[in-house]
Design a protein around this ligand. Sequence first.
Ligand code: ATP
Ligand code: MG
Length: 409
Amino acid sequence: MYNSVICRYHEIATKGDNRSFFERTMLENLKRILRDEFPDLRYRRVRGRLYMEYCDKRDFTDSELARISELLQLRALGIENFSPAIITTPDMENISNIVKTAGADIFPTAIEKAHKEERTLRFRIRARRSDKNFPLRSQEIEIALCSLLGGIYGRENLKLDLDNADITVGVEVREELAIIWLESFPAPGGLPVGCNDRTLALLSGGIDSPVACYLTMKRGSPVDFIGFHSEPYTPPETVEKVQRIANYLNTFQQPGRLYMVNLVELQKLIRDNCNPRYRTVLYRRLMFRIAQYIARKRKIGALLTGESLGQVASQTLVNMNTIGNAVNMLILRPLCGQDKMETIEIARKIGTFELSKEQVPDSCTVFAPDRPSTRVSIEDAEAEEAKIPNYYEILERLAQEAIDAFKNK
Ligand code: ATP
Ligand code: MG
């Protein structure tokens, strides 16, 4: 019965000149999300809405709709909600017939369920007429459909409730078509990835940084990734895990690059020259600097991390300040005010938790001190770094090698 899927987004995001760019980005993203499994869909823009239908206008099967719902609920960043819908010619008889048929699929079970709960099913009709030549006004369409449904299911079984409806029947009448729907499903919301500038994420194998990447994509920024390892002190699994997570995160966006950098050369110099209690902070400053070098070369304006306040020794205010001070670039920390449980909940929802929970050694734990300092000042960190021979030459060489790895690809 349903011959289209209609997607809605927040009007706020699409004010003024932005609108067309926002909608084009969203359309491209929808195509990317669906094209592998649904190659013969056609994508349309009508004011304030996007919708998909088959090129030959055939109906979707239930299992096709279920699969599309699954993909949109997970990946359609920027879409607020969506509905399986029926697109038809804008004529009232047609619209009434469709509401009747589509309603037969939904109303009887809903009425029965409400009865079991000892209440009456609440419903409402929301009609919008943008074609001013259509013979009925919005409210008249609503009244007509209301009495139609009341006649079929009995007024004692249905209660009109504009604020708290169990079922909303939506009708939109435009010049060229009418759209009818009975159910809406939530999508992730936010902004379509690609409508904001790119960021470079420090991606570990942990739970937090993949969630930070997702949240940033959901604000419109595509993400490139940089992961650090310490082979041979960390096993190949450390690198493989980060690659797996980056590949998975890339299913939410136009794929970004993953840079992998081996820190061990500088970690040894830090081990041999610096106060052991500062190691973790010094590693972090090193990571940020390498990331900044790559970001600058690639004209990326911000770094992104999964840091959260107070979670581990390196995330005290003092240490975060000292770490952030190593670079002169915007650092996004979308998880900063999140509890771990909130982050885990998102990780489960988006599917990264399963990938993150596998235990592999992290680069930061190589030569890690027993008692890391929770209060490393900027001056102390700088004084320790001054003891490392050729610190900047080495870190720039490592960063440049990571960039060059893409030249031959
Ligand atoms: P995560 O779960 O993301 O690893 P975490 O709670 O374990 O975070 P830390 O280990 O202190 O916290 O790391 C803080 C942030 O530093 C990470 O979210 C990530 O952005 C970055 N980071 C840490 N280790 C690495 C690494 N080996 N490679 C890339 N980035 C890293
Ligand atoms: Mg970690």
